[in-house]
Design a protein around this ligand. Structure first.
Ligand code: ZN
Ligand code: ZN
Length: 589
């Protein structure tokens, strides 16, 4: 379940943005949309000057040759930019903006305040050495297909010039780093060196540059490698007697949750909801596993521990899975089945003119099995949307078997719902219909992931999988994962949860394998809040739907609810909710 990048048509014309149809009713309110639309264009142009690396990653390549040195000067530039734009925002009367622009306004504001907070309060540039790593951005230039290799290599060359200064600034910034992020920085920086050695060399062999130019490029690359190794050596030998804890602490954590998730709930409310939800899932699972016991375990005696009982039944059901060589074709065959089901049950309109292209996972993604959506970035209008499906070819038998048990007959269908239809892919098609560059760039991850997680339950509630007990049991197990991710993240960062307790939660209460649980522990020790976005977004959408259903009574229509909800684009759920309730009231008047 990886973050996906959203395609959107860039809307440069000042007057004709699709989402601006609705103007305000009140005569006292001035229509601010034309001014705000031109403000946004200007804002993004300035944004890319401050963050050229971010621009490149979004497909805006004007500043590809620039590497920002992360020093005091660049941080004050960032702060000045934030302050100036927060001031500009104040000049707009929010009541004079369309729905589309209102959410854009809030999202820009959040982005700027979050940048200020990161520099002034969070200060991870001091304690997280893994923030310093140039190889990813350089690899993207080499792998990109947006321009000729000649052009890309020359930008690569110019951008390399600042690498030594970049790492010198990094060393000056770092104070009492956490051990976990220090270790990660060493691994990732050393791992990235191949970009400047092997990958660059191979690329140079493909172009017809003069000998002199090639030599200058190779020489600059050598300096880059020396700088990277110098940084990792420095990290290894720097005396760090009082390392900072990787646990963020309650105060910073709550604030980061506010900025990153932009939820209508506080982080404490979400944690309480996750705890309650886990309990309900266990109760539901026990009922099903108990009922299925004889079917799968024959006359074996039931364990007295209910979690043990559930685990044994789950392990048996997991044996029902496809053969490794059928993994891709099975996924492909499920797409039309999902579409037919959605049509027949009238769950949401799916535009047949924008089919999802299922493809074998491309070379550079190999190793990350499973399935993911690749959508073109906001500046790449004509790109296709792909469903990348990993192949298990070449995997050893044991690894493939364990993987296929995890993505068994039932979970594989839930994965397709999540990633493709009506999950990520369907949401993407809708979000492209209300184009907003702001929403594409600052897209709210909790809304995006929350929608995908919401659709899993929604499909089952409408009878997908014929209400089979096995399907529901496996769904609950899958849903436990995102629920426990939230409990884990919150507990580790704000309640000092030990690794032992974390492993117990993941393995005994969420039925995960040891390798999966170990990986999750590693992830929670180098990230914060990110693991909460699935459950938070799901909870907000589900709760909102239930509220809305109550409010609408007999008039409630699930298909209309879904279509309307997605029509606002990838903004935070709390704003979509506000706008949708207001629009519905207006409509029924
Ligand atoms: Zn996802
Ligand atoms: Zn098997």
């Amino acid at each position: 379940m990886k973050k996906i990048f959203f395609a959107s048509v860039i809307c440069i014309s000042i007057t004709s943005c699709g989402g601006d149809k609705k103007t305000t009713e009140s005569k006292n309110v001035v229509n601010m949309n034309p001014q705000f639309d031109s403000y946004k264009i200007n804002f993004i142009e300035q944004l890319w000057k401050i963050y050229p690396g971010w621009a490149s990653s979004q497909g805006y390549h004007k500043y590809d040759s620039i590497l920002v040195v992360p020093n005091e000067a660049s941080r004050s530039k960032e702060l000045n930019f934030a302050k100036a734009n927060l001031d500009s925002l104040k000049t707009f009367d929010i009541n004079g903006l369309s729905d589309n622009n209102k959410t854009d306004y809030y999202m820009i504001e959040n982005q700027l305040k979050s940048a200020e907070w990161a520099i002034n309060e969070q200060k991870s540039f001091e304690w997280n050495p893994s923030e310093y790593n140039v190889s990813g951005a350089f690899a993207e230039i080499l792998n990109g297909n947006y321009d000729s290799l000649d052009v890309r290599l020359r930008n690569f060359y110019l951008k390399m010039a600042n690498i030594p200064a970049y790492y010198e600034a990094a060393k000056k910034n770092i104070k009492n780093p956490t051990l976990e992020h220090t270790q990660l920085a060493i691994e990732q920086n050393l791992g990235g060196i191949s970009v400047f050695e092997t990958d660059l060399h191979e690329a140079l062999n493909k172009v017809k540059f003069g000998e002199h130019e090639k030599q200058s490029i190779e020489a600059t690359a050598k300096q880059a490698v020396i700088a990277i190794k110098g940084f990792t050596d420095w990290l290894k030998k720097t005396d760090n007697k009082t390392p900072r804890s990787f646990r963020l602490g309650k105060e910073l954590y709550s604030k980061k949750f506010e900025f990153d998730i932009q939820s209508g709930y506080t982080v404490d409310q979400i944690y309480e909801k996750a705890i309650t939800h886990k309990k309900e899932l266990h109760e539901n699972m026990f009922v099903l596993a108990d009922k299925l016991w004889t079917k799968y375990m024959n006359s074996a005696s039931k364990p007295t521990d209910s979690l043990q009982l559930i685990r044994q039944v789950i392990d048996k059901i997991s044996l029902n899975h496809v053969k490794p060589e059928e993994f891709q074709t099975t996924i492909e065959k499920q797409m039309p089945v999902l579409i037919d089901f959605i049509k027949q049950k009238k769950l949401i309109y799916i535009d047949p003119s924008k089919p999802l292209v299922v493809r074998k996972e491309p070379e550079y993604m190999a190793g990350v099995a499973g399935a993911s959506i690749s959508a073109p970035g906001p500046y790449d209008k004509n790109g296709n949307t792909y469903y990348n499906v990993g192949s298990l070819a070449g995997w050893d038998k044991e690894k493939a078997e364990s993987y296929l048990r995890e993505y068994n007959h039932y979970i594989l269908q839930i994965l397709n719902i999540h990633e493709a239809i009506p999950g990520h892919y369907t949401q993407l098609v809708y979000s492209n219909q209300s184009p907003s560059l702001i929403k594409s760039l600052f897209g709210n991850n909790a809304m995006i992931e929350g929608w995908a997680v919401y659709t899993e339950r929604m499909m089952l509630e409408n009878g997908y999988g014929n209400n089979e007990d096995e399907m529901w049991l496996m769904y609950y197990k899958w849903n436990l994962r995102s629920t426990c991710n939230t409990i884990l993240d919150y507990s580790v960062h704000t309640k000092n949860m030990s690794k032992e307790d974390a492993m117990n939660l993941l393995m005994n209460e969420a039925f995960q394998q040891k390798t999966e649980a170990e990986g999750k522990w590693r992830r929670v020790s180098v990230t914060q809040v990110q693991l909460c976005c699935y459950f938070t977004g799901y909870t907000e959408i589900y709760d909102f739907r239930e509220e809305f259903k109550k409010q609408e009574g007999d008039k409630f229509n699930l298909k209309q609810f879904h279509e309307k909800f997605l029509s606002y684009g990838s903004g935070p759920v709390k704003y979509i909710k506000e706008l949708m309730v207001a629009d519905t009231k207006q409509f029924s008047k």
